[in-house]
Design a protein around this ligand. Structure first.
Ligand code: FAD
Ligand code: SF4
Length: 512
């Protein structure tokens, strides 16, 4: 760093300290603003992340530094504190609100750093807090937050009414995948072209060399396998991925949002979560573009509305809940699930698993650090909850194994949504399900060694039996929940329950 380029010598806007998930232009206030980026090796030394996630984060930071050129002071250090300590006193440093409690506390402990409001989300913390207060003791329903956001940002609105006459097209969006031989496209199975993929460049080669070296030095170790970078590392790449998605795949996003296919993890999903969470894209920018495409290109409203709901509905809701629920929420464990996550799951050892759905999905995570929402919720999360694995460990695993995992997004999605560890604060009932759901929404069951309808015996599906075992263990917890009354009545009718319980106690957390 030269004296001329040193932070603190420039401009009324001062130096912007960017965290590695604040990489888009909307985190800066001027086109000539100086930037401080800190690459910390310790972050990867402390926990075992997926190799491809470590690669993407480093590649994206270095791509941003290359774009900024002389304006960027790029430091490699063990810790953030080390670098802040080295900066010349009086450096006018500001930072946009970080995305975790730990990072926010670090900023607040750092003298002279100005903390700015969060960017990269549509609904602000203040707007959400005002809404939450207005609800009193009523549940903070995602749907209500979403409708308010549609009105607030005037998205897909016709005056005060939603375009198309309804807020929600969910009932059109739950199609199972097409049956083999019917509507079958050799490439994806649902008749859309494959996703847009980036080309790796010299920066990726350098990142790969560094990660290999760190591993050889014994400083870090990873889970998952290395592979071609699948997810955007620069804003240009992220925009290309988004444009391709809108032009070629968004039309099928809605109907097949919940479907799962062995051999095609991508289906018609956007694969934009990592780009949004790295700050390469801004959600409102995407929403405006999708709305424009709806008007100009005659895209199906169920897909357009479904995608917009994910962005300014679900994503903002989860972000704001993270802050609203506070730092202790991550430790919730109201179902007293206290078993350790087993090694075969933690290590993504798909080959150790005979259950076809779980094995295929673990292999997808191992190979790509990504699967879509339903495998996360109804296969991986569902299995962890049924078996009674500790929610904080499950959260940590998702955070490390997924390309888009960050503290803010994992804690509410896993602790609340997927593990029901808050006893129903976010969802009205646990997302537990048996093999019948997986069979309906996928093609996993036909070639599986288990049968989704069988509860007891050699071919008993571990999800079906696990579901009833879970309900049996938590009868008392769910007794007052009217949405669980019907499943509990079903449980009472199971003549083979004692045999099922014995079988599942034996199976426990071993690989099914
Ligand atoms: C157990 C569990 C863990 C999850 N962990 C993460 C995570 O670490 N990071 C993450 O970004 N998403 C997470 N999600 C939400 C969702 O599964 C992913 O955002 C989505 O699968 C990413 O793929 P996509 O970009 O193709 O999304 P699409 O299906 O194309 O959806 C579009 C966008 O909507 C946003 N979105 C939708 N739902 C959510 C949600 N519940 N929370 C946050 N954003 C949402 C994402 O930004 C996503 O890119 C999790 C969901 C579950 C059930
Ligand atoms: S039968 Fe059960 S274990 Fe096998 S694929 Fe279907 S749901 Fe999964």
């Amino acid at each position: 760093m030269t004296a001329e380029s040193a932070p603190g010598r420039d401009s009324s806007t001062g130096v912007r300290w960017l965290f590695g998930d604040q990489l888009g232009p909307h985190f800066l206030d001027a086109t000539d603003q100086r930037v401080l980026l800190i690459e910390s090796r310790k972050v990867f030394a402390r926990r075992r992340f997926h190799r491809q996630k470590a690669h993407l984060v480093q590649s994206a930071m270095r791509h941003r530094a290359a774009e900024l050129g002389d304006r960027c002071d790029y430091r490699k250090a063990d810790t953030y504190g080390e670098v802040l300590h080295e900066l010349s006193p009086g450096t006018p440093l500001s930072v946009c609100h970080p995305t975790s409690f730990a990072a926010r506390d670090l900023v607040m402990r750092s003298p002279g750093v100005r903390l700015l409001p969060a960017r990269g989300f549509a609904t602000s913390m203040a707007e959400f807090a005002e809404w939450a207060t207005s609800r009193g003791s009523r549940r903070l329903l995602m749907e209500d937050h979403y409708r308010l956001a549609r009105r607030r940002f005037d998205v897909m609105m016709d005056g005060d009414e939603p375009v198309g006459g309804q807020w929600n097209f969910d009932h059109d969006n739950r199609l199972p995948p097409p049956k083999p031989g019917r509507d079958k496209n050799p490439v994806t199975g649902i008749g859309v072209p494959p996703p847009w993929w980036p080309d790796e460049d010299e920066i990726d080669a350098e990142v790969r060399r560094d990660l290999d070296q760190w591993e050889r030095d014994g400083d870090v170790s990873f889970i998952g396998v290395d592979g071609p970078r699948r997810f955007p590392a620069s804003r240009g790449e992220a925009r290309s991925a988004f444009t391709h998605f809108v032009a070629h795949r968004l039309n099928a996003f809605g109907p097949y949002e919940d479907a799962m296919l062995a051999g095609d993890p991508w289906l018609a999903h956007s694969l934009l979560s990592s780009s949004l969470n790295l700050g390469l894209l801004d959600p409102l920018e995407l929403v405006r573009d999708v709305e424009k495409a709806y008007l100009e290109d005659d895209l199906p409203i169920a897909s357009v509305e479904g995608f917009i709901r994910q962005l300014i509905g679900w994503r903002d809701y989860i972000w704001n809940l993270y802050w609203h629920l506070g730092p202790d929420y991550r430790e919730r464990n109201l179902l007293h699930a206290d078993l350790d996550v087993p090694a075969w799951f933690a290590e993504l050892d798909a080959d150790a698993v005979g259950a076809n759905c779980l094995s295929s999905i673990l292999a997808d995570v191992r190979d790509h650090a990504w699967v879509h929402h339903i495998p996360r919720l109804m296969v991986l999360g569902n299995y962890a909850m049924q078996r009674g694995w500790r929610p904080s460990q499950v959260t940590d695993w998702f955070h490390r194994a997924f390309i888009d995992g960050y503290d803010w997004v994992m804690v509410p999605n896993v602790v609340g949504m997927s593990q029901y560890a808050d006893g129903g604060g976010i969802t009205t009932k646990p997302y537990a399900g048996g093999g019948a759901y997986i069979d309906r929404m996928s093609d996993y069951c036909k070639p599986c060694r288990y049968r989704p309808s069988v509860r007891v015996g050699e071919p008993a599906c571990p999800f079906t039996a696990g579901y009833w075992w879970f309900l049996d263990r938590h009868r008392a917890d769910f007794a007052g929940n009217h949405r669980m009354a019907q499943p509990l009545r079903g449980l009472d009718r199971l003549a083979d329950l004692p045999a099922l319980v014995e079988q599942e106690q034996t199976r426990g957390s071993s690989a099914p």
